[in-house]
Design a protein around this ligand. Structure first.
Ligand code: PHE
Length: 339
């Protein structure tokens, strides 16, 4: 009885196995035949009513069958798993010969690179960063800096005037006054920012960047100004770069100076870039004028200071050998990608 049931089971099982086509089919068959409530288990329940003498032989027979079916199930399982993962790979496959999609990665603008460097160098000397408004009053941009309305220096500035006697600041120097008004010495700041002048050619842009510097304390000297600027310029351009100070004039500093660095193109020999002089002007500076100290609310006999203003575009053009300032504002990726 049990023997014939086992034989039937075997025939049915192998028939089903031969028709199985997938991992799911195999798993289903395993449950149907060998599972806890499966066909084989049902047959084995019948063993209880078999003569004790027959039991071991029938039990062995059932176990053999179970092993046989298991091993075929496992073989087929491995086969179908391999097939199915092949199919999956094929359907999801990528053509590795296709060129990759290029991701554009942003970079810092050369102006920002230079600004970062300038700020880093002055930070090492103890200067902290301050900012001021781009829209200024005539008072902060001119009057408080000892540039009264009839002063010829106003013409040099090619100012963009706005309504209500407001204007776009022509330099970062108004922040000197704003800071001295609200802070007491010692003051040691740099002021990076945008400035505006009505001017446009290969070396001038209507908007450009300056970094103002201001150091005010009880006894600030011209030699400290020199030391500070020489340190900065050598850090920025390299230790071997020559630097020179020329006397100059600004209404808000006295004495005033302009600082040149040796032309990097001709190494001081004289070329087109430096108009055959061997030098390039890089910044204006001087001791804060007594009148400015006074208009900021301090006693010029108690407080002295130095100030400087550096053109950032100038530094960028020299460092990266850029001959036309307008390249810096055209946002041409072929240009910007070089930095
Ligand atoms: N503000 C001046 C300019 O824009 C530069 C300067 C700043 C000169 C501070 C002296 C002191 O030309």
């Amino acid at each position: 009885m049990i023997e014939s049931l086992l034989a039937q089971l075997k025939a049915g099982a192998f028939d089903s196995l031969s028709r199985a086509e997938s991992v799911t089919d195999i798993e289903g068959l395993r449950v149907r035949i060998l599972g806890k409530k499966g066909e084989l288990t049902e047959i084995l329940k019948g063993l209880a009513s078999v003569a004790p003498n027959d039991r071991p032989r029938l039990g062995q027979l059932a176990n053999q069958l179970k092993d046989e079916i298991s091993s075929v199930l496992n073989q087929k399982l491995v086969l179908f798993q391999a097939q199915e993962s092949q199919n999956k790979l094929r359907s999801e496959g990528v053509d590795i010969h296709l060129p990759p999609i290029r991701r554009l990665i942003g970079r810092r603008h050369p102006i920002q690179l230079v600004l970062q460097d300038v700020v880093a160098i002055f930070s090492r000397m103890g200067f902290s960063v301050k900012e001021g408004p781009d829209v200024e009053t005539e008072y902060y941009n001119f009057e408080a800096l000892n540039i009264p309305a009839d002063h010829p220096a106003r013409e040099m500035h090619d100012t963009f005037y706005l309504e209500n006697s407001l204007l776009l600041r022509t330099h970062t120097s108004p922040v000197q006054i704003r800071t001295m008004e609200t802070q007491s010495p010692p003051i040691k700041i740099i002021v990076p920012g945008n400035v505006y002048r009505c001017d446009l050619d290969v070396t001038h842009s209507p908007m450009f960047h300056q970094v103002e510097g201001l150091y005010v304390d009880s006894t600030v000297t011209f030699s400290q100004l020199k030391g500070t600027l020489v340190y900065f310029l050598k850090e920025f351009f390299g230790q071997s770069r020559k630097v020179r100070f020329r006397p100059s004039y600004f209404p808000f500093t006295e004495p005033s100076t302009e600082v040149d660095v040796e032309c990097g193109r001709c190494n001081g020999e004289g070329c087109q870039s430096c108009k055959q002089t061997g030098w390039l002007e890089i910044l204006g500076a001087g001791m804060v004028n007594r009148k400015v100290v006074l208009s900021a609310g301090y006693d010029p006999d108690q407080v002295t200071g130095f100030a400087f203003g550096i053109g950032i575009e100038r530094l960028a053009m020299l460092r990266y050998n850029i001959s036309d300032i307008r390249l810096l504002y055209e946002n041409d990726l072929r240009f910007l990608g070089q930095f």
